[in-house]
Design a protein. Sequence first.
Length: 296
Amino acid sequence: MLTSGAVSLPAFAMTHAADNDALPGTTTSFTQHSSTTGQEYLIQVALPKVAPPQGGYPVLMVLDGNRHLDLFTAARDILGRRGYDKAPSDLAIVAVGYAGSGGRGPDRAFISKARFKDFTPPLTTGTAPERTGGGSEFLNYLTQSLPPELASRYPLDLERPALVGHSLGGLFALHAQQKAPEAFGAIFAISPSLWWRQENDPASWPLRLACSEAAGPVYIAAGGREQSPQPRRQDPERDRLRTERAMIDNAHEHARHLREHCPQAAVQWRLFEGEDHGSVMWPAARAVMERLLRPR
């Protein structure tokens, strides 16, 4: 049973909208500063095109929201209807991203540094590289600070939202699954960057996984081309890293280990053949939606 490091969670199951702009079918946003992480977050909320069910809309929380909101919104709206005569999905998407620096909007270099800090877990031994290892503080933000702000603005069921992360976001999603299994209804880790733990915390590798009765389903996936050289790029150093970091092998092993150690978590593994680290998000978004959308 997982006890140490778990996050105690307030209840946010029943919420009521207080934002007049938060109408069905709209996407609105707000920024929120976290004193814990020191970051200014851009929170975008895409409500479905139906009235909220009793108890509020079910929620998918998407990391790297600056990049992935449109992808997951399109997947929901296309796959959720399943025909012109069908009612659309009632799933709300909460995209967690970064507001940028200096009031000038999102900046790629700034976001890269911020996400490296937020998405990388603290090390069990040694010292993390500079500006990394802030995963515990970011987890506290997602589970403690963000939900009440969302609850004040939108009719959401925030008791156990689903969480999806890609790359370093996938690494964080697996960290959240271990440290706060009661916080999320389902975890989707797409191409998780487990190499970061392998390179920076070798004394704890392979990871010693904890198990909890509260754990929800876990879906782990990777692209079939993520571990092989890219002949057209002619970049031997990058090819070496792709091989050494073993994105496919590490993700597959993590899924196997978690499935054996924690069978109640309903762990699924999938390899998307022909997809690389970036393109894997296209089929992965569909796979996430197919597992979340409620039959109507």
